[in-house]
Design a protein. Structure first.
Length: 574
């Protein structure tokens, strides 16, 4: 057996034994493999409120298997509860803060392995970042997905209904009914937002037991997954299979192919480069764009598709997606089981996994291919994400083209710039935005305000049939994973650093060409200009531009906005 890291530290830290005995450990526990069980449990939102039970089951199994588990907590926040006020500015910064806290937890004491339990938008990528940073044998458990409400109501629809209420299209009573029934259980929100996307990508990276991502949060299967993960963690603690040995560049390529197949959240393009960096691997947004080209998009789950995310597991989950795109995957990559991806997929077929999923699917009245299409009958064959460049976004920008109306894939629009989301959404809801406008929201990037989501703005646009097919939203901020419609985000360099988006003026002409990956300023006041003329105009405007003072003078957001990398690099604290 290898020399345990925890025991090496024990020899040089004589206080460790008495301190552990002081919190109820037995003498025989001191020499066992020490395993940190880190979760985001807290009464913060439905994605984390149920995780204590999973942590307890995991610890029980570890202790049965000869290890000694220690529960730690780095509670996350909820983007949904942070919407509509300045709380959303903390969202992206919270990812890096959670990763930092986990690093402190695991290194200040030292452990031989780790189990990481989370569900949601920033907590899952934060834990993945921490796993890469710690480089100990590690396994993830994700907290699954909540049930859909009555008539398959799901939370991402609330933004649409709220905008409809503001326009007088539904009553206050109807809106209240929707709000009171959209979240009937714990778990990640039941659509393919960032939370569900990152759960799926955790399994696709090989860090979860096969078939355990995005299970129904109310299911017995999730409790069993927690027990099995505890069992595997106890075994991993005795090995040298550290996280960086397991997760390779090929693992990330697999995950990105899965991302394309599921039409995953655009926020993955912020998170995956930041995660890869912690594993010592270089992944950028252009890499996403390259891999999405010619990728098959298969999953008919909201917000782009028809069904709630709880149906994903019923149709076979990540393993079924991987079976369909098997020809595009590296099947020889190692996973947390100690076996290859290909071996895991074969074992699932022999072990009755798909038959168990089929029994759950029966209650929906749907066929598997209603939810996960076959490879040869995809929803689309050009992935779902594109990186656009041009004189507005020389470092790039991101669009989920699968969610953009075809009318807006190639368009020339009139610029309507706003220096905050609040002023933009007010203009939209009061009818001041017209067909052919390009709504520009700037100073909302990582260095501007922390890079909040533009969720309410995208919902206000996409819930209006005329606007969603005739205008576009451009921002150096980002979007909720629930967003759909003609939205282009992550524009880099951002306005706060003097990027070209800060120089756009009312009436400028904006060209969007998704097929050719173009986003550029092409004219002034209705008159087309050459590239050289536009370059000269932007240079002259840049001379007049003045940077803004940081709006934050203390605390986490001051640290984050002063040190955040470009969103196209991952928006991490550098």
């Amino acid at each position: 057996m290898k020399e345990l890291r925890s025991q090496e530290v024990r020899k040089i830290a004589p206080e460790m034994d008495p301190l552990r005995l002081g919190m109820g450990w037995r003498v025989e526990d001191l020499s066992k493999p020490q395993i940190i069980v880190e979760s985001t449990f807290g009464q913060s939102h439905p994605g984390s409120a149920h995780l204590l039970k999973l942590s307890e089951l995991t610890c029980e199994e570890i202790n049965k298997r000869g290890g000694k588990a220690a529960m730690y907590f780095a509670t996350d926040i909820c983007d949904g509860m942070a919407q509509g006020h300045d709380g959303i500015n903390y969202s992206l910064a919270s990812r890096d803060t959670i990763a930092d806290l986990i690093e402190i937890h695991a290194n200040a004491t030292t452990f031989d392995a780790g189990v990481f339990i989370s569900s949601c938008d920033k907590s899952v990528p934060a834990q993945l970042m921490a796993i890469g940073r710690l480089d100990i044998p590690s396994i993830m458990i994700t907290g699954g997905v909540m049930d859909a409400g009555p008539d398959l109501l799901t939370l991402e629809q609330i933004g649409k209904y709220s905008a409809m209420y503001e326009r007088g299209e539904i009553t206050q009573e109807k809106l209240t009914y929707y709000k009171h029934h959209a979240c009937p259980s714990c778990g990640a929100c039941s659509f393919l937002g960032t939370a569900s996307t990152m759960q799926i990508l955790s399994e696709a990276l090989g860090l979860m037991l096969p078939g355990t991502a995005l299970l129904p949060a109310t299911s017995e299967a999730l409790l069993e997954a927690a027990k099995e993960a505890g069992k595997q963690a106890a075994a991993l603690a005795l090995t040298d299979l550290t996280a960086r040995k397991l997760v390779t560049k090929e693992s990330f390529e697999n995950a990105i192919m899965v991302h394309a197949a599921i039409s995953g959240s655009t926020n993955a393009i912020i998170h995956m480069p930041a995660i890869a960096r912690e594993f010592g691997i270089d992944i950028d947004a252009d890499f996403f764009d390259k891999m999405h080209r010619n990728a098959h998009y298969l999953l008919d789950i909201r917000p782009s598709g028809r069904w709630p995310a709880e149906y994903f597991h019923y149709a076979g989950g990540v393993p079924r997606i991987m079976e369909e795109i098997k020809s595009m995957l590296h099947l020889d990559v190692l996973t947390v089981t100690g076996k290859s991806l290909g071996e895991n997929l074969e074992e699932l077929k022999r072990g009755g996994y798909y038959e168990a999923c089929d029994l759950l699917l029966e209650k929906t009245g749907l066929k598997r291919t209603d939810i996960i299409r076959s490879f040869d009958k995809p929803i689309g064959t050009d992935g779902t994400i594109a990186v656009l460049r041009g004189n507005i976004a020389p470092e790039g920008s991101v669009v989920k083209h699968s969610a953009v109306p075809k009318e807006m894939h190639k368009a020339t629009l009139r610029a309507r710039p706003f220096d905050s989301e609040e002023s933009a959404i007010s203009a939209i809801l009061t009818g001041k935005i017209n067909k052919g406008d390009a709504v520009i929201i700037r100073y909302e990037g990582p260095k501007g305000s922390g890079m909040p989501e533009m969720f309410y703005t995208t919902e206000a646009i996409s819930s209006d049939a005329e606007l969603s097919a005739s205008i576009a939203l451009l921002t150096d901020g980002r979007f909720s994973g629930a967003s759909k419609g003609p939205a282009i985000g992550h524009i880099s360099p951002e306005a706060a650093t003097g990027g070209p988006i800060a120089l756009i003026e009312e009436g400028d002409m904006i060209e969007i060409d998704i097929a050719n990956r173009i986003l550029r300023l092409c004219g002034i006041n209705g008159e087309h200009k050459t590239e050289e003329e536009i370059e000269a105009i932007l240079a002259e405007r840049k001379k007049r531009w003045k940077p803004r003072e940081n709006r934050y003078t203390r605390g986490v957001l001051k640290l984050y906005t002063e040190n955040a990398a470009s969103p196209m690099k991952g928006g991490y604290t550098d």
